[in-house]
Design a protein around this ligand. Sequence first.
Ligand code: ATP
Length: 234
Amino acid sequence: MLLEIQGLESHYGRVKALKGVDVAVKPGELVALVGANGAGKTTLLRALSGVQSISAGSIRFDGHDITRLPAHKRVQLGIAQVPEGRQVFGPMSVEDNLLMGTYRRRGAKPADDMERMYDTFPILKTKRKQAAGLLSGGQQQMLAMARALMSNPRLLLLDEPSMGLAPLLVGEIFNAVERLKAQGMTILLVEQNAFQALGIADRGYVMETGDITMADDAQVLLGDERVKAAYLGL
Ligand code: ATP
């Protein structure tokens, strides 16, 4: 396993947002974590990247116990998070946004990585001198993903990349995630859009009010009657 989360608990004051979560991700896997609004998905990602306090349980990454490791050290180990709502640096150019992603990176030359990003997200190349704030929502999402990838991560955490996007753009984002998987990236994808997330994932977890209630191959979850009823609107 590249990532192994066991019995993870987290609180907001007296509210228990994570109640003993077990999630694992193998190298090269695309794992989808789906669940309704407020299920605790964002809290789990924040705990993974080190910005959310943990009250019990453990997180192991590539054999290291990182449960108590500060966020910047996790980035150095190769965990990169793309937060919900994109958060690109609006006044800065696309290119400068990408360069910001090389802060605290491991190895390689930024120029090579920039070209690699432009291969994966060609639209960013055509807009590279434009202010990021002028890009469409879908393009900003791609930029946020590309910027995270500039840190040369081994695990990419994506928080609701399709949120707030028009259906056509949602498809583009999921295609981009599939391309990253094809390139060998290991991805934990958090989504309310269960149908599309499970459609491209290897495995999936269903989260409900702080608990993992189902874990299986993505195709099995897609065919499950309870998942269909609760999340796929079928
Ligand atoms: P969303 O899709 O809306 O982001 P989510 O599955 O990511 O939902 P979380 O944001 O992780 O869910 O929230 C999990 C629970 O923790 C919810 O009950 C939420 O109300 C609560 N919560 C989240 N953030 C805070 C906070 N800053 N203070 C108090 N409670 C919070």
